[in-house]
Design a protein around this ligand. Structure first.
Ligand SMILES: C[S@@+](CC[C@H](N)C(=O)[O-])C[C@H]1O[C@@H](n2cnc3c(N)ncnc32)[C@H](O)[C@@H]1O
Length: 277
């Protein structure tokens, strides 16, 4: 059942094409199809009656919900972080943008493929998994399909608020195998025991947003909480250039210094796989 109907430009175009009758559209970003009645210049979803003309304001790079018969962009602004959070539709799963910075690759690789490539790096997935940066929960949800337990951190309430609307994030809140910690992983990781995790996915935002998650001290913590023979995957954003410098050679060096073995950058996943030997 669709929890909260979501409209995109595709839904809008399908409804606007129809004068009267039933349109079969997706109201959950492609997860399922629903019949929507169009009649006398309005369309009907649940108990809401919305003028068709209001669909004209729908833009390609946003998702929309219906509130009191009106269409509203699925976005929030936080005075605390001074960031604007928006669910951004792509060809498959949506991404979330933080003041225009997307949290997933979506141009050449879709968010779904992006997630699959990250999970492949820690395969075989098993045991207890640490997913350092929850975001929309894609890596946590996919890891939880095979793992015994996934622990994931998210420090930003704005991101969690957007995830709560996203049809592809729902397992984050419903899957008992996923423990979402609302807090800073850089602080939280220090309270975790040595050798606790079989696998770690470290998927930080760009360096600008969270420089602490690229620090030597954080890499030492990742090494400490990973079990012997455990696997780490470390995403490297802006794979080619960050402030004119390649980012991944520095991360490789730091991971080796922290004690990791077999540290290699993989272009497909745009990240580094390393083992605690
Ligand atoms: C690239 S996204 C992660 C995407 C995620 N793996 C997914 O599958 O949707 C990075 C996320 O980390 C969060 N974040 C940044 N710094 C953090 C920190 N120190 N502790 C916890 N979360 C953090 C950001 O708010 C953002 O949602």
């Amino acid at each position: 059942m669709i929890r909260i109907p979501i409209l995109t430009i595709r839904t809008a175009e399908a409804l606007l094409r129809l004068k009267d009758g039933n349109a079969v559209v997706s109201l959950d970003l492609g997860r399922s199809k629903t019949n929507v009645l169009v009649e006398n210049g309005h369309f009907f979803i649940g108990n809401q009656r919305v003028p068709l003309s209001s669909l004209k304001k729908i833009k390609e790079k946003s998702c929309y919900i219906i509130e009191n018969g009106k269409i509203r962009k699925l976005a929030v602004f936080s005075h605390e972080t001074n960031l604007y959070y928006k669910l951004f539709p792509t060809r498959d799963w949506p991404t979330v943008t933080l003041s225009s910075t997307p949290m997933h690759r979506f141009t050449f690789v879709s968010p779904k493929k992006d997630t699959e490539s990250k999970i492949r790096e820690i395969s075989p997935v098993r045991g207890i998994v640490l997913d350092t940066c929850c975001g929309l929960g894609y890596t946590a949800i996919m890891a939880a399909e095979k793992a015994d337990k996934v622990m994931t951190f998210e420090r930003d309430e704005g991101v969690i608020e957007i995830a709560a609307f996203n049809p592809y994030s729902q397992e984050l809140f419903s899957d008992k195998g996923i423990g979402l910690v609302r807090g800073d992983v850089n602080e939280g990781i220090r309270k975790l025991g040595n050798g606790h995790f079989d696998r770690i996915i470290h998927d930080p935002p760009t360096f600008r947003y969270s420089p602490e998650l690229y620090s030597k001290q954080f890499h030492e913590q990742l090494f400490r909480v990973l079990k012997k023979n455990g696997i780490l995957y470390h995403y490297c954003p802006s794979p080619h250039i960050t402030r004119g410098k390649l980012l991944y050679p520095r991360i490789i060096r730091q991971l080796k210094e922290a004690g990791f073995d077999d540290v290699k950058y993989h272009e497909v996943s745009s990240g580094i796989r390393a083992i605690k030997g």
